[in-house]
Ligand binder design. Structure first.
Ligand code: ADP
Length: 617
């Protein structure tokens, strides 16, 4: 009889998975207890299944020459006809009860598996939201998507359809071995002797299957990532006529995955046949020796039948394990991918002792701030600046000079590598992230609207805002008129990425969203870039109203717009090169003044979009 390969041995990730998910499993203890009871009942009934056949053979068919071999003396006393009827009824009763027990333990364990993995999925999703931007800029969003949906789903599927049957079968195996030993110890030992043979012939193959399955899962993740990325970038792909290139790349990946899949199937099929052969060898040995014992009258033919029936069943865990080894390995790979994400600590998180921020006034100070995305390559260096509440600052400078990084540090999307960012004279790391960000509003160049109604899109700024306030914000944002003109008004659904609205309209919705927040700090990242004259005017007007009373950071290439700010910071290569009011900088006659003159000499904003990166680089 074959010893099932040790699970831990075969699946190194399983131990880690079990440890990690144990607390969720423990929560389901009552359900697990009931399911286990049903499982034990099923196993006992499975053990009883061949016994009626034995009674009939030994007592009714009269094959037995010795009495008393039924091991159940009361059966010996029964009339053979009665015993036959009883045996027939027993077949049905055992099967019926077993079906019932099997039903309950299958459903019970499936419920446990589903509940546990649903919790895992929710936690994973939460973790993805918590992980900082530096993680997300490096990760492939498609791959993350596959982890949350595909990998967890796969884990769920395998836990319920492979792991649980395996557990049941392994327990049955122990039970059967015990009964077999009781029936006839030497015969049992003969069956057990084939164990090492199993082990020797299957370990190498199982290892190869595991490796293949693992690779397959990784390839599937990469494929989904490619698909998700190209779907997300479909506009650019069409514009550059890259459909063919992307299709080719995908086909290449797909073909590789197919080859791996075929290899996995081949290996599994080969292994299953090997096991079948070994089972035949073990059965033959038992049959040969058992029949001799029966002929000699050492055991009854009925015992031999029970023995052979058990042997066939006892091999089931081995066969199942072989059948499932690929899937289990895939699940273990999927599980590791899930754990990799779950166990990652977000770089930007609430520090111990962080407190909710009180209502902030909006005095922002950078104190010797240096920040590097990559070690040794600072994107910002030694930034010092002090802003009074309600001041408006324009951040200008060539592309890559660090303007967006500057804004990200205020939002605490990243933590400074050195120095501190303070709001109202307290390091922003002393506040909880949620309470800090709740007091900031952001309008980006390409504002993302969600696939929801316009009302909801505005309300995302401050969930629970009454309609009057939403409408007021929309008026402030110069959005009310065009929203009202839409057939469904505020209830109009916005398509994915807001494609049904023009850029300018989207921007104005985003401004309304920013406006309903009670946020003393406002960050505007090139909010007017790419807008035409009419829209631009409407947006600028809305922004002016939005900025009122808020400490505002405006990142812009438009120096006429920058000129309206109270203060201008001119950045270059991560350092503040010039700073002061617009008038002061013009008078100083530095780089800012030069660029301003170049931009205005072209006839002002809108006619010649003079970009100073083109001039300075
Ligand atoms: P700006 O907003 O002025 O165009 P950024 O703040 O976006 O400049 O970038 C400043 C520098 O940091 C650039 O050299 C840019 O290449 C680098 N950088 C920006 N974002 C990242 C990132 N996620 N990872 C690595 N480097 C980055």
């Amino acid at each position: 009889m074959g010893r099932p390969l040790s699970l831990r041995d075969s699946l190194p990730g399983l131990g880690r998975l079990t440890r990690r998910f144990w607390p969720y499993v423990r929560r389901e203890r009552p359900l697990i207890m009931v399911s286990l009871l049903a499982l034990y009942a099923e196993i006992v009934l499975r053990l009883l299944e061949p016994w009626p056949l034995k009674w009939v053979l030994d007592r009714v068919a009269g094959v037995t020459r010795h009495r008393g071999f039924s091991r159940l003396p009361f059966l010996d006393a029964l009339d053979p006809a009665m015993l036959l009827a009883l045996s027939a009824v027993a077949v049905i009763v055992f099967a019926g009860l077993r079906a019932l027990a099997a039903y309950y333990n299958t459903v019970g364990f499936a419920l446990v598996g589903n509940r546990v993995l649903t919790t895992v999925r929710n936690e994973l999703y939460g973790q993805l939201q918590r992980l900082s931007l530096s993680f997300h800029t490096r990760a492939r969003s498609g791959d993350l998507l596959v982890r949350v949906t595909g990998d967890v789903g796969f884990l769920q599927d395998v836990a319920v359809t492979a792991l649980l049957p395996l557990l049941a079968n392994a327990l049955t195996l122990v039970g059967m071995a015990a009964v077999m030993l009781w029936l006839n110890a030497p015969l049992t030992l003969i069956a057990l002797a084939t164990g090492p043979l199993f082990w020797a012939s299957t370990t190498r193959l199982t290892r190869r299957i595991r490796e293949t399955a693992r690779r397959q899962r990784q390839q599937e993740g990469a494929m989904a990532a490619t698909a998700a990325e190209s779907i997300g970038a479909v506009k650019v792909i069409h514009a550059l006529s890259l459909e063919g290139t992307f299709a080719q790349a995908f086909t290449g990946q797909s073909r590789k995955n197919l080859a791996t899949g075929v290899r996995a199937t081949r290996l599994s099929a080969g292994l299953e046949r090997t096991v079948d052969l070994l089972i035949a060898v073990a059965t033959a040995a038992v049959l040969w020796y058992g029949a001799r014992l029966a002929l000699r009258g050492v055991m009854t033919p009925g015992d031999l039948v029970v023995f052979l029936a058990y042997l066939k069943n006892a091999f089931r865990p081995v066969r199942d394990f072989v059948k499932y080894t690929g899937r289990l390995a895939k699940a273990s790979a999927a599980g590791e991918r899930v754990l990799d994400l779950l166990d990652r600590t977000p770089d930007v998180r609430d520090l111990p002792g962080a407190v909710p921020a009180p209502a902030l006034r909006g005095a922002v100070r950078f104190d010797g701030v240096t920040f590097s995305y990559e070690p040794g390559l600072p994107a910002l260096e030694q930034i010092d600046c002090v802003l009074q509440p309600g001041q408006r600052v324009a951040l200008v400078g060539p592309s890559g000079s660090g303007k967006s990084t500057f804004a990200s540090l205020i939002l605490r999307l990243y933590d400074p590598t050195a120095g501190r960012v303070l709001i109202d004279e307290r390091d922003i790391r002393e506040y909880t992230l949620a309470s800090l960000r709740a007091q900031m509003s952001v309008v980006l160049q390409d504002s993302l609207l969600f696939a929801a109604t316009i009302r909801d899109n505005i309300a995302y700024g401050a969930p629970g805002t009454p309609h009057e306030a939403i409408e007021a914000a929309a008026r402030l944002a110069n959005a009310h008129a065009f929203v009202e003109a839409l057939p469904k008004g505020y209830d109009t659904m916005v398509g994915e990425r807001g494609v049904t609205l023009s850029n300018g309209q989207r921007q104005r919705i985003a401004i309304a969203r920013a406006a309903i927040r009670r946020a003393p700090v406002l960050i505007l990242d090139e909010p007017t870039t790419g807008l035409d004259g009419e829209n631009e005017r409407a947006v600028i007007e809305a922004l002016e109203r939005l900025a009122e009373g808020r400490t505002t950071f405006l990142i812009t290439h438009d120096l006429l717009l920058a000129g309206r700010a109270d203060l201008v910071l001119y950045l270059e290569a991560g350092r503040v090169r010039e700073w002061g009011t617009h008038a002061q900088l013009l008078q100083a006659g530095g780089q800012y003044a030069l660029l301003y003159h170049l931009q205005t000499a072209g006839g002002g904003r809108g006619t010649t979009p003079q970009r100073y990166d083109a001039v300075t680089t």
